[in-house]
Write a protein that binds this ligand. Structure first.
Ligand SMILES: [Mg+2]
Length: 244
């Protein structure tokens, strides 16, 4: 699912989700992805309505439409990735941001590591980081390994547990995490991750295929999750993370 395990390092880790977190959902990349995924469902022989229904069901049930596809259909996940994420004209949709890069540069690296934690496959994740000019700011990438049979993804606990192993960190309280998908944030919180933040842009909610994500309520109250509408707010939410 990701890099070989990192060297032992006692620094806490700041984990960033990538899609719709490092760039705005207003880019409509999710919708473009959703259209491609919908087209892929149509190739399974479903009509338009059935494809929409199944796409939405798999997304809400598994956190990723592809997770449902690989469980219930004979499909090649790498082919899926190439046709969906791989065909997105990302270079025309997202652009590097000086302020975002500065935010990463201002993280105190003597005290913190910075990793990305994504449900995308490696190729998409690396492509986005490169376009955003952040490749050199990420110490490690934990991605969803579509090549692995029965791969796991957020918000499945096993995905977070694997992430800790790969990053070679045993204490989840040393993990900071930000994601635009509230279910993913709640899952991390339930697993004892230290400082979890929901990135929720004004007027924009997590969507895939144009449908609103159903947020699972859990026994971890939403009130324990800090919400930010702009990544700059992390400077005040996590002051210890940034150079003084
Ligand atoms: Mg996201």
């Amino acid at each position: 699912m990701s890099e070989p395990s990192a060297k032992k390092d006692d620094r806490p880790i700041v984990w960033f989700d990538i899609d719709n977190t490092l760039y705005s959902a207003s880019t409509k990349i999710s919708q473009a992805m959703g259209q491609r995924i919908h087209a892929y469902f149509l190739t399974l022989g479903l009509d338009d309505d059935a494809a929409s229904e199944l796409h939405h069901r798999y997304y809400t049930q598994y956190g990723l439409a592809l997770r449902g596809l690989t469980r219930h259909h004979q499909i090649d996940p790498i082919d899926f990735d190439r046709k969906c994420d791989g065909s997105l004209p990302l270079e025309d949709m997202i652009f590097p941001s000086e302020s975002l890069r500065q935010l990463f540069l201002d993280i105190d690296r003597s005290k913190f590591r910075v990793w990305a934690l994504t449900n995308a496959y490696r190729t998409h994740a690396e492509r986005v980081l490169k376009i955003l000019n952040l490749t050199d700011q990420i110490d490690g990438l934990v991605f969803c390994d579509y090549a692995e049979p029965n791969f796991v993804c957020k918000p499945e606990p096993a995905f977070y547990e694997q992430a800790l192993k790969v990053a070679n960190i045993s204490d989840p309280t040393l993990c900071y995490f930000i994601d635009d998908n509230k279910s993913n944030v709640l899952a991390a919180k339930q697993l004892g991750w230290g400082r979890c933040v929901h990135f929720c842009e004004h007027g924009l909610e997590s969507v895939e295929g144009g449908k609103k994500l159903v947020i699972n309520n859990s026994d971890v109250g939403s009130s324990e999750i800090v919400s930010v509408t702009n990544l700059e707010e992390l400077r005040s939410v996590w002051p210890e993370v940034f150079k003084q």
